[in-house]
Design a protein around this ligand. Structure first.
Ligand code: TRP
Length: 329
């Protein structure tokens, strides 16, 4: 079974990325043939970073994967732009994708803003490139956040359209592996924890100092209800979020956890939450700093993964071109 996932090189990771994806990937690399791709080509559809910043963010993302426990001998980790099969297949699949499907994509509508005429072709065809990422490896499972469901649906539609046109089941129809533990903003428990939130107090970054983590949790929004009763938790979004974070980091189920802390004061709970966050983040932060001071090693890891991915995708592109009827030798 093959698993593929893409993560944007958004700079340093936060607690939401860690709980929502990284933790899951560590288990996945032992069970499946895994491809973890840093999708730098997707990044330029929206954020035109300065060249050095883009490069820096890719290094930060590899370092974050390795520091969290991804093993480059188990999982293939690489940056998307180095494997030309991604862009090549994206072109090919674009020719089997009706624009009516792309017009329905909610992410494009959100990101394009008011003046759609000014949005780039790259942003518009983002879902085709994402479909190419997945189908290029014939991945069966795709770990993603639930905001990516629609992209998985269009991937399946594109794969089916191709298969149907050539009357063969070449492409595997991939399934999303949606992680149910979603980490929300510390300022507003109804919004996802996100790098793009203007308030840095809404998230815990993996390069935050212990002092800053203490401060952020101290200031995290709560309510005036006493104790931690599991039955009322769902009506208390911010408190529920903090309990979920504790549960995810300690691997203690929420109901068990609520039994233990039911009579805790908020202060006591927050203190224990800080402790577990710091004990999770501090070794990762240390390892990330070490790794980032050795760019040659990080490049070696990317090259190792990129070479493996290129070998596989070269073969697959050949098969796809053959199905379409291109002349090759
Ligand atoms: N669109 C995904 C996101 O923003 C990133 C992504 C790009 C991806 N290609 C992918 C995810 C392929 C899974 C598989 O989260």
């Amino acid at each position: 079974m093959i698993v593929f996932t893409g993560i944007q090189p958004s700079g340093v990771i936060h607690l939401g990325n860690y709980i929502g994806l990284m933790k899951q990937l560590i288990g996945i690399q032992d069970q499946y043939k895994s491809f973890f791709c840093i999708v730098d080509l997707h990044t330029i559809t929206a954020n035109k970073l300065a060249p050095n910043e883009l490069r820096g963010n890719v290094f930060k993302m590899v370092a974050a994967h390795l520091a969290c426990g991804i093993n480059p001998e188990k999982a293939v980790i690489f940056n998307q732009s180095i494997v030309s099969g991604h862009t090549e297949l994206s072109w090919l699949l674009g020719c089997y994708t009706p624009i009516g499907w792309l017009n329905r994509m909610t992410q494009f509508k959100d990101k394009a803003g008011r003046d759609k005429q000014k949005a780039s072709l790259g942003l518009y065809s983002y879902p085709v490139l994402m479909a190419a990422d997945i189908l290029l490896y014939n991945a069966q499972y795709v770990p993603v956040g639930d905001d990516q469901k629609q992209h998985l649906e269009i991937t399946r539609d594109i794969a089916s359209a191709f298969n149907k046109h050539y009357r063969q089941d070449y492409f595997v129809l991939p399934e999303a592996l949606i992680n149910s533990s979603r980490v929300m903003s510390l300022r507003d428990g109804t919004k996802k924890m996100s790098k793009s939130d203007p308030s840095d107090y809404s998230r815990i970054n993996f390069d935050d100092s212990d002092k800053s983590i203490i401060n952020k949790i101290k200031k995290a929004k709560t309510d005036s209800i006493l104790g931690f009763d599991i039955d009322t938790l769902s009506a208390r979004p911010e408190v529920c979020n903090m309990v979920n974070i504790y549960s995810a980091l300690s691997d203690i189920k929420v109901d068990m956890l609520c039994n233990t802390i039911s009579k805790y004061s908020m202060e006591r709970f927050k203190k224990e939450l800080v402790d577990i966050i710091i004990s999770t983040i501090s070794p990762v932060r240390k390892k990330m700093t070490e790794l980032l001071s050795d760019k040659d090693y990080l490049l070696k890891v990317l090259k190792h993964g990129g070479d493996k991915a290129a070998g596989i995708t070269h073969q697959n592109i050949k098969k796809i071109k053959d199905i379409i009827g291109f002349v090759q030798w």
